[in-house]
Write a protein that binds this ligand. Structure first.
Ligand code: B12
Length: 250
C-alpha cells in the first residue's frame, strides 16, 4: 500500500449529494442566476486546508457534477462527509471508494453526531477538524490503517486556517461561506447547535476574516459571501470590529 504521508498523495474530496427534499436545495433559483447549487462545501474546503499540504487535492461536489470512475482511479485516498441530509450519499461514496480499493477518511457534523453509522469508513475523523485532523495525521505517521480520531476539545478560532477556496469553481454556487464564530451560549428549543459546537462562543479576529475575504478576492471571486455562524453577533465587540474592518474603517 502507498505510504499516504508521501508528498504528492492524491486526495480526492467528495461532497455528498444533499437530500433534494429540502427547502435549502433551491436549485431552480440557482438556474435563474446561472449557478448549480446554493452553497459551496466549506467543511471539505476547510478539511483540505488542514490535511497535509504536500498532498494533491481534487474536490468533487456531487451536487454540481457527477463523481466519475476516473476521479477514483486518480485517487490514493478519499475524504468525504457532511450533514444529516447527506448521510446516504456519504455512505455510498465510502462504499464506492472501497470498490476501487481506496481508503476513506470521513468527518463532518453527521459522522461526528452519529459515528456508529459510519463504521464502514477506514478513518473516522470526528468533531472539529482543527483538533482531530492533526490527531489523524499523527496516527498515519504511526502506520495506523484505520481508527476513530476525535477530541472533545473545541478549536481555538484564532488558530484556524484559510479554507482551500481554490478547489472549487465559484460559478457553480450562489454563495461562498465564511465562518467568523462557532458556539452559542443560548438554549433555544429548536436548535441543537451546541451539541457539536458547544456553549462557549469562539471568534476569528478581524485580521483572520480580512485574510479569508482577501483570499477570495485574490481568486477573483466577486460574488455573495455568506457568514455561516452559529451566532454572528454573539461577541458584539468582535462583531463590531469585524464589520468595521470589512468596511475598511480600521
Ligand atoms: C450556515 C449553516 C447553514 C446554512 C448554510 C448556508 C451556507 N452558505 O453554507 C443553511 C441555513 C442553508 C443551513 C441549512 C441546514 N442546516 Co445548517 N448549519 C450551518 C452552520 C451554522 C454552519 C455551516 C458551516 O459552513 N460551518 C463551517 C464548516 C467549516 O464547518 P463543518 O462543515 O462542520 O466542518 C468542520 C468539521 O465538521 C470538519 N469536517 C467537515 N467535513 C469534513 C470532512 C472530513 C473528511 C474531515 C476529516 C473533517 C471534516 O472539519 C471542519 C473544520 O472544523 C452549521 C453549524 C456550524 N457551526 O458548523 C449548521 C449545521 C451544519 N446545519 C445543520 C442542519 C441540521 C441543517 C438543515 C438540515 C436544517 C433544516 N432542518 O433544514 C439544513 C440542511 C441544508 C441542506 N443543504 O440540505 C446541522 C447539521 C447536524 C448534523 N448532525 O448533520 C448543523 C451542524 C447545526 C446543528 N444543528 O448542529 N445550515
Amino acid at each position: 500500500m502507498k505510504n499516504l504521508l508521501d508528498k504528492g498523495t492524491h486526495c480526492l474530496l467528495v461532497h455528498p449529494k444533499c437530500s433534494t427534499n429540502s427547502y435549502w436545495n433551491y436549485v431552480d433559483v440557482c438556474k435563474i442566476v446561472g449557478a448549480k447549487y446554493p452553497a459551496a462545501p466549506l467543511g471539505l474546503m476547510t478539511a483540505a486546508a488542514l490535511l497535509p499540504q504536500g498532498w494533491e487535492f481534487k474536490l468533487i461536489d456531487t451536487n454540481v457534477e457527477p463523481l466519475l470512475d476516473e476521479h477514483l482511479e486518480w485517487a490514493d485516498i478519499v475524504g468525504t462527509g457532511g450533514i444529516l441530509p447527506q448521510q446516504s450519499g456519504t455512505l455510498s461514496i465510502i462504499e464506492r471508494a472501497h470498490r476501487f480499493g481506496l481508503p476513506t477518511i470521513t468527518g463532518g457534523p453527521d459522522p461526528s453526531s452519529q459515528p456508529h453509522l459510519y463504521q464502514s469508513s477506514d478513518y473516522l475523523v470526528l468533531g472539529e477538524g482543527e483538533i482531530s485532523i492533526p490527531i489523524f495525521i499523527q496516527a498515519l505517521e504511526k502506520g495506523y490503517a484505520s481508527g476513530e480520531f476525535k477530541s472533545n476539545e473545541k478549536a481555538e478560532m484564532a488558530n484556524t486556517v484559510v479554507p482551500r477556496f481554490d478547489l472549487i469553481r465559484f460559478k457553480n454556487y450562489i454563495q461562498i461561506g465564511i465562518q467568523c464564530t462557532r458556539g452559542c451560549p443560548f438554549n433555544c428549543e429548536f436548535c441543537d447547535v451546541i451539541e457539536i459546537y458547544g456553549r462557549k462562543p469562539r471568534s476569528k479576529s478581524p485580521e483572520q476574516i480580512i485574510k479569508e475575504l482577501q483570499a477570495l478576492y485574490d481568486l477573483n471571486y466577486r460574488g455573495h459571501v455568506d457568514f455561516v455562524d452559529d451566532n454572528f453577533i454573539v461577541n458584539k465587540k468582535n462583531t463590531r470590529e469585524v464589520l468595521l474592518a470589512i468596511k475598511g474603517v480600521v
